[in-house]
Write a protein that binds this ligand. Structure first.
Ligand code: A2P
Ligand code: 11C
Length: 338
């Protein structure tokens, strides 16, 4: 059986990767409708060796498709995802718009695949934030084994998380600085080339940024456990693709690093790289970029805390953090529901 699919935001950093992942995973696509703004309508893009014309989201009839994979930005999803769902299209939405709505499921296939069933109420499934997805893929096997009380996490996030303009900003600033030219700052509040910025998304009333609070809210919802405490610091770094995270957890029962590695080494979606030698750990650029797994390394018992465990977690934010997770959700939908 084949499914007609709309990819909304098909010209964006995530949309383009969704198209690639659909091809790579041989998703049973019948007719593909790439949708974007009127600026892109009429242009063509390549899919499975042929050329497909981009259509204008504003005038698209969603009754023509069974599944819509959305990543056009929150305000556009707010307007069009409910319209698509009302036309009978099941929406998997990558934006933050619907993640905290009670009757809309928020799904990481390795963590809470059963939640997909909740799509029936509103016709929409939300895809979590990239930094939450990779952290929870890494922590779920440990949570299942010994429970987790508290997560302390510092992120090192790539510019591709902010879309194509940000990718260009890092490239241009870097080239200008190396050529002794002045830099222009547009996308980020400060220079990103050769720098680290401790702000991702807007500030909230409590002094945390929205990216940080997303990790708090989404962890509780996806794990189905309101008691998990999360203390995040989210930092933008001059990396193009791949978010890294230093994750420090306190478990309910003590787990040794050795046992944790044994469990992680067998878990779905995880590649464990953990040797105590130079380079015996994963990094964003050399391991994760342009691949689908979540990589874990530097697994250590916390020397300052009895039930503490430390991990280094890396994944391609545009793939597992967005496009791949979206396509995996669509795979669960067609396997069990559509
Ligand atoms: P377009 O290229 O036509 O502007 P990114 O996050 O990488 O910047 O990508 C955003 C994606 O969302 C692009 O595909 C972009 O299409 C699409 N998009 C932005 N605004 C709209 C809109 N008003 N209607 C439909 N698609 C939009
Ligand atoms: C970033 N996490 O790296 C953001 C990008 O909520 O889907 C994804 C924003 C979101 O900037």
């Amino acid at each position: 059986k084949k499914y007609d699919i709309a990819v909304v935001g098909a010209t964006g950093a995530v949309g383009e990767t969704i198209l690639k992942v659909l091809e790579e995973r041989d998703f049973p696509v019948g007719k593909l409708y790439p949708l974007a703004s009127s600026r892109s309508a009429g242009k063509k893009l390549e899919f499975r060796g042929g050329w497909v014309e981009i259509e204008d989201l504003a005038t698209f009839d969603f009754s023509k498709v069974q599944i819509g994979l959305f990543s056009p930005g929150a305000s556009i999803s707010r307007e069009y995802a409910p319209k698509a769902a009302a036309a009978g299209c099941v929406v998997v939405d990558n934006t933050s718009e619907f993640r905290y709505v009670d009757d809309i499921p928020l799904v990481v296939p390795e963590v809470n695949p059963q939640a997909v069933a909740g799509y029936k109420t509103r016709g929409i499934i939300a895809n979590p934030n990239c930094s939450t997805i990779q952290m929870l893929v890494a922590l779920k096997p440990i949570y299942d084994a010994v429970g987790i009380e508290r997560i302390n996490v510092a992120t090192y996030q790539a510019v591709s998380g902010s879309g194509k303009e940000a990718i260009e900003e890092l490239a241009t600033q870097t080239a200008n600085l190396l050529n002794l030219k002045p830099v222009e700052v547009n996308v980020y509040p400060k220079q990103i080339a050769f720098n680290c910025i401790p702000q991702i998304d807007v500030f909230q009333e409590n002094g945390y940024t929205k990216e940080e609070m997303k990790m708090v809210w989404e962890t509780k919802k996806i794990m189905g456990d309101d008691s998990i405490l999360v203390n995040p610091t989210a930092v933008r770094v001059p990396v193009f693709y791949g978010h890294s995270e230093a994750v420090h957890i306190e478990t309910k029962e003590k787990i040794t690093a050795e046992k944790a590695k044994e469990i992680l080494g067998k878990a779905d979606g995880i590649v464990l790289i953990d040797e105590h030698v130079d380079g015996g750990y994963p990094t964003a650029v050399t391991d994760a970029a342009d691949t689908n797994p979540v990589y874990v390394g530097r697994v250590r018992e916390d020397i300052s805390c009895e039930k503490g465990l430390n991990l280094w977690v890396v994944a391609d934010n545009v793939r597992k953090g967005a496009a791949t997770n979206t396509v995996q959700i669509a795979e669960l939908l067609i396997k069990d529901y559509l």
